[in-house]
Design a binder for this molecule. Sequence first.
Ligand SMILES: Cc1cc2nc3c(=O)[nH]c(=O)nc-3n(C[C@H](O)[C@H](O)[C@H](O)COP(=O)(O)O)c2cc1C
Length: 135
Amino acid sequence: MKIVAINGNPRAENGYTNILLNSFIQGMMDAEADVGLFYTQHLDIKPCNCGQMYCWYNKSGECYHTDDLRILYPKLKEADILVLATPVYIPLPDTMQNLLNRLCPFIEPYKSKEEEVLVFAGEITPLDWALSGLT
Ligand SMILES: Cc1cc2nc3c(=O)[nH]c(=O)nc-3n(C[C@H](O)[C@H](O)[C@H](O)COP(=O)(O)O)c2cc1C
């Protein structure tokens, strides 16, 4: 089983988040899972700011930016489980928020001609939940 674990704490390897996540990862490794650990603080994750929904309307499924998520996107696609660990920071640290926003390419949109509303297909992500309020 492939697992991607992401620590979204600006303090990265320091803090309670890392202690909790490491303990969780140890349990998953004991169960012989293949775990990849990433720290958003050590990655270049640009904000979702192309302003045109490029990943939906220009090149479906492909993000406009060429930053470290180009490396992470394929790993997220392959993963059976995604673990997101973050401290509560009014509500989220910026790099973790950027990561969540940048999951947009994983949502496959299409427009229903009859109803003229956006319909989302694909797997449930935190972003699905966030965007469901807009439909
Ligand atoms: C900038 C900042 C904002 C925070 N905002 C909140 C908050 O809104 N609600 C809350 O319960 N705790 C908040 N906290 C407390 C952190 O969630 C808490 O200290 C947490 O243990 C930090 O995680 P860490 O030890 O892994 O760094 C905030 C801490 C910081 C530094």
